[in-house]
Write a protein that binds this ligand. Sequence first.
Ligand code: IMP
Length: 422
Amino acid sequence: MNTVVLGMQWGDEGKGKAIDYLAGSFDVVTRFQGGHNAGHTVYYQGQKVVLHVLPSGIFYPDCLAVIANGVVVQPLQLVEEIQNARSLGLSMQNLILGENAPLILPFHQQLDVVFEDSRYQRIGTTRRGIGPAYEDVVGRRALFVKDLLQEKAFRSKIAILADYYRRLFKAHGHPVDDIDQAIDQYLQAGIFLKPYIANAAHLLRRAYVEKKNILFEGAQGTLLDINLGTYPFVTSSNTTIAGVFSGTGLSPKAVDKVIGISKAYTTRVGEGPFPTELKDECGSMLRERGNEYGSTTGRPRRVGWLDLVALKYAVQVNGVDSLFITKLDVLDESAEIQVATSYESADGRGDDFFSHADALSRVRPVYQVLPGWRKNLGAIRRLGDLPRQVRSYLSFIENFTGVGVSHVSLGGEREQTIEIDR
Ligand code: IMP
């Protein structure tokens, strides 16, 4: 069954663990959007591994791990990530890198930093050059992975683009970093990456026609989607179901099931409205218990209660079939748990989510209070063994969003997952 796994919140929902849990039963695992702004934490042979661009399929030698054309690739970072994976004993012979994936170039990262530090834009990005790289795609001037394999053409294309950026930086009063050395490094990376480079769209289409099981691995979360998220405090790709099709070249018919990943509470990194944010002791407690520090940037994450208005929106825009609720154990010590079930604004009370930041920043969440369970869930392996209050919490989420919970995660390890048969 071809399955899409998507984040329902502002990223960091625990997709790494969920995808790793599911990946073993698939023939193909593909990343289809985003870049090394993502950080999917998995445990491999007892070791913590953070994947940034590599699909989780790399841990399974019989599974094809495809970086599809919708992903933006920083070749030097990817080389490093492959080398790290090899040092874990993985052969990496199952990796495919899409030849038409756009490149993140040195001036993209520089522009991301310049804009973040300027008065024009402060999004709280990961400063990895993701936005500017996608801007070049939309601006029809991007360079692609396959360009790394044609030295002469690559040198001349990047020289033209560098000239464009030189003028842009000059207008902002910034010198552009010297990229001569970087060009050589990129070409070297191209030589290293060559064995992995292939036509990912053809391969994926063939896999679909041959009825292989494909897992589509989403990065970031629905509320960071460029079109449907809390604009402008979003990332620059479609993190929702739409990204699957533009990123892989497969049609909606190739998707059998959509699993939405949501924490049992909410976190956000970077700027932007967050109606259920907790700035008090309770928030600090959840941050510490949940180890809510960015896996890519190390930044402390903002923390708050579960926002069911936002979750229902994410379920609906993605056509989610079931929910995978993560980090339930982080709530173990809370005497009571709050969930937002509607928003209050100048226009009254309602349960419609506002995706644009201005409107969302004016709402006040209305909470329902549910009892906590005050019990350590980490060792529980069966649904029936979960305290009654936990099962009521899950039922409350199901009733509100209209979809069932198919998995709950109670800790970082693969075994700390309960699959709910229906
Ligand atoms: P960018 O993707 O680096 O351009 O950052 C844009 C926004 O998305 C910022 O608020 C980032 O913190 C956020 N963001 C990007 N990637 C992730 C992620 O993997 N997890 C959580 N937030 C992310």
